[in-house]
Write a protein that binds this ligand. Structure first.
Ligand code: F6R
Length: 606
């Protein structure tokens, strides 16, 4: 949610900043802006619209500064407009600030600053920050002391990069509850919200922790804590390739990421599971400890929560531990029953989702052990959790999550096996489940062959007003995910229901030709599921079935066949035709698949 970048070195900053913003555009794209220092003065260019507009506007200016900061916005306070775009300046034009996060006490700070004679031109919460820094600076503090004092007054979340025209050789960066990383090159540094911004320039990154302050010049970086004591930080090497953040011939990142799934699942498996052994790096839980656990909570948002729902049954059946799945944004406000006998798992592709991080902090306060399941090494959630384990999906750039979901379901299934094995639970199913997990990459390759069929189907569906999804058992969470994919990138209204629940109300929505997509992968539930489908066909629905079963009835409009696998992991396969369907429907409607309206990839506000 909002991307910030910064550069200090010997090269012209403007093209480097623009490139970083393009790579971070998935974090927000309603306005963009940049600042450089030219001849001891702050230059600022900003505009409503996408990074491309900023690129054109800033190229006309011929900026030569070798230091700068920039921002791509996902609006929270103040609608997208030129004036609300970042960077924001203080009244004296001494400080320029880009910000990701929300300043919750900005109204009070604004009133205080107003009373000291400061004026505000935007509707943003951010504009208080440069003015607050200036307020402390005007009292005789230097740049870093002014930043430190100002940040102590801020409530809420922030990642900040700040320029000061009187100290034109440095950027100061700090964060609290919003991500910020600093890449190190040869006598140059790259600041960004996330590593993909500058993977081409460096693989070596410092990850700022909450309240750290970094002072960055061309040849040096110093880190300080809240009290301005110097601290040391380790540099981490990220092994993602630059190719992984390029489209590589695909029209859209989403399509590329859908097709990367055999590999992302293979990488996730190979880091944790061999034929007869589960070993998860970074996780060492004893039998004695797991035996004390009487409840597992799986907590996440959106697609990641759907991955949790998909594995709930596996944890309960295999490990014999009651498992609840919760939306992170609800979890912390319902006073959940957590104590040291509860184990909490938090799933987050980005590792930066504010709701999920807040829910994790709550469990820690209540003495529960926490495990983060993330795709991003060094992300905020992994630094908060007791243990962190990783999907190896590679960077996911499209806003709609695809390969992260299938990698999450795969990794969580392996985690459930790990728990069962540590607990020494004898279950003959474990051996065959492991084999089926190992076969997932080739089966995903097989499912991807339905692409042409799904593309044809999308021609019948792209102009529909409503599309419904149903499933029973393990197919219900998969249908929730299919429905979410469709609505978020095609803007077609869609809902998903447990098949047996239709007749308790939602069936009233079925009209002549309403498309209803059913997932049927559980042998034991086929007959019941088919009965539910027949109930809606009778009421005029157009029935589309995704199945790995042989169906005897033939009054369905369309059946898409997928390979059979262990039912516990079938969502990894059944979701793929639905990802492809959402993609093709969105393309037919001429929409921006990778950057759907109103959304951002990394939701760092609650
Ligand atoms: C939907 C989607 C979102 C995310 C959710 C959580 O396609 O991507 O629903 O799954 O915002 O994000 P992470 O996993 O980064 O915490």
């Amino acid at each position: 949610m909002c991307g910030i970048v910064g550069y200090v070195g010997s090269k012209k900053a403007q093209p480097i900043l623009i490139k970083g913003l393009f790579n971070l555009e998935y974090r927000g794209y309603d306005s963009a802006g940049l600042s450089t220092i030219e001849n001891d003065d702050i230059e600022i260019i900003k505009t409503k619209g996408r990074v491309n507009s900023l690129k054109e506007k800033s190229e006309n200016k011929n900026l030569n500064g070798t230091i700068g900061i920039a921002h791509t916005r996902w609006a929270t306070h103040g609608k997208p407009s030129d004036v609300n775009s970042h960077p924001h300046l203080d009244n004296s034009n001494t400080f320029s600030v880009v910000h990701n996060g929300i300043i919750e006490n900005y109204t009070e700070l604004k009133e205080m600053l107003n009373s000291k004679g400061y004026n505000f031109s935007s509707q943003t919460d951010t504009e208080v920050i440069p003015n607050l820094i200036h307020y402390y600076y005007s009292k005789g503090n230097d740049f870093i002391h002014a930043v430190s004092l100002a940040s102590k007054d801020l409530k809420g979340s922030y990642a900040l990069s700040i320029l000061c025209k009187n100290e034109p050789d440095k950027i100061i960066a700090t964060r609290k509850d919003s991500p910020l990383v600093i890449g190190e090159g040869q006598s140059e540094f790259f600041i960004s919200s996330d590593t993909p911004a500058y993977l081409n320039e460096t693989k070596n990154f410092y990850f700022l922790d909450d309240n750290d302050i970094a002072v960055i010049t061309k040849n040096n970086i110093d880190f300080y804590n809240n009290n301005l004591d110097k601290i040391s930080k380790n540099i981490k090497t990220i092994d993602w390739s630059q190719d992984s953040v390029q489209k590589n011939g695909y029209e859209d990142f989403m399509l590329k990421e859908i097709y990367e799934q055999p590999n992302s699942i293979r990488e996730t498996i190979s880091s944790t599971l061999t034929q007869d052994k589960v070993e998860i790096e970074g996780l060492k839980l004893s039998k004695e400890y797991l035996k004390t656990i009487n409840r597992i909570y799986i907590v996440a948002c959106g697609t990641a929560m759907h991955a949790g729902l998909a594995v709930k049954k596996l944890f309960e059946n295999l490990c014999k531990i009651q498992t609840e799945v919760d939306l992170a944004s609800e979890f912390r406000y319902r006073d959940p029953l957590i104590d040291e006998k509860t184990l909490c798992l938090y799933i987050s592709q980005s590792g930066e989702t504010a709701d999920t991080i807040a829910a994790l902090k709550l469990a820690k306060q209540k003495n529960s052990k926490t495990i983060a399941i993330s795709n991003v090494i060094g992300s905020s959630i992994t630094r908060e959790a007791d243990y962190s384990i990783y999907t190896h999906a590679g960077p996911e750039i499209a806003v709609a999550s695809t390969k992260a979901y299938t990698a999450q379901v795969t990794l969580l299934s392996i985690l459930a096996i790990y728990f069962a094995e540590v607990l020494e639970i004898e279950n003959p199913q474990i051996k065959s489940l492991k084999q089926d997990i190992l076969e997932l990459p080739s089966k995903v390759t097989e499912v991807l062959k339905v692409n042409d069929e799904v593309k044809e189907l999308s021609k019948e569906l792209y102009d529909k007003k409503d599309i419904f999804f149903i499933g029973r058992g393990i197919d219900y969470p998969a249908s929730l995910e299919g429905s979410l994919k469709l609505k978020e990138i095609s803007y077609i209204h869609s809902d998903a229901y447990a098949s047996g629940e239709l007749k308790h109300g939602p069936i009233a929505l079925i009209e002549n030709n309403t498309p209803l997509i059913s997932i049927i992968t559980d042998k034991k539930l086929v007959e019941k599921s088919i009965s539910n489908v027949q109930e809606v066909i009778t009421r005029g629905a157009t029935s589309i079935i995704i199945t790995n079963q042989k169906l005897v009835e033939n009054n369905f409009h369309k059946i898409i066949h997928i390979p059979e696998t262990n039912n516990y992991i079938s969502p990894v396969l059944s979701v793929i035709p639905l990802q492809l369907l959402a993609y093709h429907v969105s393309k037919l409607k001429g929409l921006d698949v990778d950057k759907p309206r109103n959304l951002a990839k990394s939701v760092t506000v609650e």
